[in-house]
Ligand binder design. Structure first.
Ligand code: HEC
Ligand code: HEC
Length: 451
């Protein structure tokens, strides 16, 4: 007896369109690579990822959505990306950034290569014990995102309830953690995964470092850039500017033992001696050479040359009891490098070689929402190629779906009434398969997903 089997799947999406290239569409059946990014051989033994929060493609995708979602603020007006913009190395051009209730007390920080920073405490003053702990502080901050639970603000649990009512998040949390439960720990982990995934190792410096050691001239550098590199690396006693003493290559992060660098004016007025962390000095400027500054915790310097002028003659303020010894000279004096204008230009030229390109343009770090702040997600594909094995009278359905979720297999004989007959879970790559014996009369099968 001849049996006809019609196989298809119905997609669950939040809109009716499926184009991958389309803005505002995130394809969970084809996740970006966050977990296994390559990095240069000389970037080794540095990773502040905790054992219980390795980056997964699903987790970083969830983190990306939250990072760009203005609903993460109490009045839906501010996201992490409002103050950490991809086009600016994930920093802000304003000295102080605007949150839901005023402006920040310090300048926003670039979020480049945070994962590889030897100093694993975060913020300018290192008050966050880990990146995970850092991520919900802006959400809980009255000024920044406003779920503080004080001063008339909603509490963090109100954010959790808000996210629970958004079906995208039930899908994304289930995909990431195997359960749709939303809590602060799971929010922190995913945001930290996304931030740790932001890496930049495709700079002119990296091209040179791939073929030469730091203390050799790089063949791809101009004379000025090579001279600037020598100044950056060498200590003041050896004719250098001593920058590598605190921002050592090839990471250009901050020495965990650094004290403050003599920039002490607080945006709130008065002095602030607590700022002892810097983001990596990579990507101080964008690929076109435009500044990602202003620089320092108070945004005091608009240009690299102003930064260098500061270190060239570090201000001697007796009130600064926390100035790092590397910036002092004997006799209660502060560092005076006496760099010529040419040397200062060389140092700036070298610092510009630390800029990559992918970090500014790669879609995986970009805003997944469209211009109307809408997001639709592909969870199941719109169609599936299935094979019918007539020899053994078994049918196979296969398709690529969002991993980590449980799907329902439904059967119908008239395409109107559907009954669920089984569940199916995909493998880690999202390959979903279902096989069944053909049972006459004709039958229809489909996969569905309900968040
Ligand atoms: C209103 C602006 C604003 C918003 C919104 C904001 N940030 Fe920030 N971010 C800042 C400022 C300012 C700092 C530095 C603050 C300080 O050190 O006191 C900072 C620092 C950080 C750091 C520390 C980087 C380092 O190297 O130490 C991380 C990580 C970070 N933000 C991630 C996030 C995430 C994730 C979100 C969203 C949940 C977010 N930020 C939301 C302004 C903002
Ligand atoms: C004693 C350690 C130390 C030395 C030496 C040092 N720095 Fe820094 N650097 C810091 C600290 C700490 C900060 C953050 C200070 C702040 O914002 O208040 C910083 C911040 C910076 C910033 C701003 C980063 C940003 O994201 O805004 C730049 C640029 C910089 N340093 C460049 C240099 C250069 C160039 C040299 C050599 C001439 C140098 N540093 C030498 C400790 C040091």
């Amino acid at each position: 007896m001849k049996t006809n089997i019609f196989l298809f799947v119905i997609s669950f999406t939040f809109s009716t369109s499926f184009s991958h290239a389309q803005e505002g569409v995130i394809d969970l059946t084809n996740l970006h690579n966050y977990a296994n990014q390559s990095r240069p051989a000389y970037i080794t033994n540095r990773d502040n990822t905790p054992a219980n929060n390795a980056i997964t493609n699903a987790g970083a995708t969830l983190g990306r959505v939250m990072f760009y979602d203005k609903r993460m603020s109490r009045n839906n007006s501010v996201s992490c990306a409002s103050c950490h913009q991809q086009a600016r190395g994930f920093a802000d051009s304003s000295i102080a950034s605007t949150g839901v209730a005023g402006t920040t007390g310090r300048h926003s920080m670039r979020l480049i290569n945070s994962r590889f920073s030897n100093e694993a405490k975060f913020f300018w003053d290192e008050r966050a014990a880990s990146l995970e702990a850092q991520t919900t502080q802006p959400i809980r901050d009255h000024v920044e995102m406003g779920f503080s639970g004080a001063s008339g603000d909603p509490a963090f649990t109100d954010l959790v309830n808000k996210l629970n009512a958004i079906s995208e998040y039930r899908v994304l949390f289930a995909m990431t953690y195997g359960t749709p439960v939303i809590n602060e720990t799971n929010i922190q982990k995913a945001l930290a995964q996304f931030v740790r995934s932001i890496q930049s190792f495709d700079s002119k410096y990296d091209a040179g470092r791939a073929v030469a050691n730091d203390n050799q001239p790089f063949p791809n550098f101009t004379t000025s850039e090579n001279n600037g590199k020598a100044l950056f690396l060498n200590p003041p006693g050896a004719g250098g500017a001593g920058c590598a003493g605190c921002h050592s290559p090839p990471h250009f992060d901050i020495d965990p033992n650094s004290l403050n660098n003599g920039v002490i004016a607080s945006l709130a007025g008065g002095i602030d001696l607590t700022n002892v962390r810097s983001p990596s000095l990579r990507d101080l400027v964008g690929p076109g050479g435009t500044s990602n500054g202003p620089f320092m915790h108070n945004g005091a310097f608009a240009t690299l040359n102003q930064v260098i002028a500061h270190y060239n003659a570090v201000p001697n303020n007796p009130a600064n009891t926390n100035l790092d010894n590397r910036l002092r000279r004997p006799g209660n004096q502060t560092q005076n490098l006496n760099l010529s204008q040419q040397q200062q230009n060389d140092l700036a030229a070298f610092m510009r070689t630390l800029t990559g390109t992918a970090v500014y343009s790669d879609v995986k770090w970009s805003n997944p929402f469209n211009a109307n702040n809408e997001l639709s997600m592909i969870i199941l594909p719109s169609s599936v190629q299935s094979t019918l094995n007539t020899q053994t009278a078994t049918c196979h359905m296969t398709c690529k779906v969002a991993p980590g979720l449980t799907y329902t297999v439904e059967k119908s004989t008239d395409l109107k009434e559907w009954t669920s007959i089984d569940t199916a879970t995909p493998d880690a790559q999202g390959n979903l398969t279902f096989s069944t014996n053909i049972v006459p009369p004709q039958a229809f099968y489909r996969f569905t997903y309900t968040p």
